[in-house]
Design a binder for this molecule. Structure first.
Ligand SMILES: [Zn+2]
Length: 137
């Protein structure tokens, strides 16, 4: 395999999303190619860092859920949703430490997916807490 045909699969390889013969071919190339091995290691670091962020319980600002719900009701009005400060710091650090890997489209997609997951997790936590408040003890 050539490096340019391996590169698009390295993010998926880091996320264990590629199996079977394709995975074996990719691993064989990565083992023998220093450039692809370095890029694969960067994807793995980004994946691991995003997993850690996903595992952290983020306390969303109180207005975030209401803001999202209102935004979905009124699509004609554009709204900016602030990123929780702790999440923003972690994201900035990951972006800074892995800027070369993130230049690739796969790296950017990984960051976007991780950010969406962190928001989803924060919203799910906020929804669970407000549901618990409404239920009688
Ligand atoms: Zn290569």
């Amino acid at each position: 395999m050539r490096c340019d045909s391996v590169a698009p699969y390295l993010a998926g390889l880091a996320g264990d999303e590629i199996e079977g013969r394709k995975r074996a071919m990719l691993l064989e190339h990565v083992a023998s190619c220093e450039g692809c091995r370095d890029l694969a290691a960067r994807h793995e670091r980004v994946r691991a860092a995003l997993s850690r962020i996903g595992a952290v319980e983020v306390e969303p600002p109180p207005f975030l859920l209401d803001s999202v719900l209102e935004g979905t009701r009124r699509r004609d009005r554009a709204r900016m949703l602030p990123v929780p400060p702790a999440l923003a710091q972690d994201l900035l650090r990951i972006l800074h430490e892995n800027r070369e890997a993130i230049v690739s489209a796969a790296g950017a997609a990984l960051i976007a997916a991780g950010t969406a997951y962190a928001f989803w997790k924060a919203l799910r936590g906020a929804r669970g807490r407000s549901a618990a408040v409404r239920q009688p003890a």
